[in-house]
Design a protein around this ligand. Structure first.
Ligand SMILES: C[S@@+](CC[C@H](N)C(=O)[O-])C[C@H]1O[C@@H](n2cnc3c(N)ncnc32)[C@H](O)[C@@H]1O
Length: 170
């Protein structure tokens, strides 16, 4: 069935930039708040895992949310969840390589990958494509070549883990 075929055929040589490690829901909300996400804005989550950032962005912030996920199982799982929640109109997941997408329409980009050299691989693409005023929120791993507009430290996420969020603006 055409609807359920992963779209990543062109990305079979893609590099897995980070393992799957989900952001706690409480921190997802803080990321979207820090990014100032407004209704109708477009947000991309780079490496969207189980889709939790995309889902909250669409459901709670009424944004147009897109996730990019290389792993076919996570893509399928998150796509099914979006369909079950009835969010298909403003949330979807691309099964592909985050380094091969176009982010020129983004108002906000969320990133939770790994420290350098990974973020440094992603940064030139965002430098090139993001429109002026677009925001990037990075979870735990900063972009060393950019200066954050704001840094938010969360001492305890409720499960004893600390987190740091970085807000950048182009
Ligand atoms: C640390 S997890 C973050 C998941 C989600 N963004 C969150 O915060 O809960 C990183 C995700 O990036 C995905 N990933 C790694 N390399 C990728 C690539 N080249 N293109 C797209 N996704 C990728 C992994 O499969 C994993 O699901």
């Amino acid at each position: 069935m055409l609807c359920c075929v992963p779209l990543a055929a062109q990305d079979t040589d893609a590099e897995k930039l980070a393992p799957y490690y989900p952001t706690p829901e409480t921190i997802v909300e803080k990321m979207l708040q820090l990014g100032g996400l407004k209704a109708g804005e477009k947000v991309f989550d780079l490496g969207s895992g189980d889709g939790r950032i995309v889902i909250m962005a669409a459901q709670k912030f009424h944004a147009e949310a897109v996730g990019i996920e290389l792993d076919a199982d996570l893509w399928r799982q998150s796509t099914d969840k979006i369909r079950k929640l009835g969010l298909d109109k403003n949330a979807h997941i691309v099964n592909g390589d985050l380094l091969r997408q176009n982010y020129s329409s983004a108002d906000l980009v969320t990133v939770y990958l790994l420290p350098d050299p990974v973020n440094t691989k992603v940064q030139p693409l965002l430098d090139k494509e993001l429109k002026k005023g677009a925001r990037v929120v990075a979870h735990d791993f900063e972009f060393r070549n950019w200066t954050p507009e704001k840094v938010e430290n969360i001492a305890d996420d409720g499960e004893g883990r600390s987190h740091t969020l970085y807000l950048y603006r182009k």
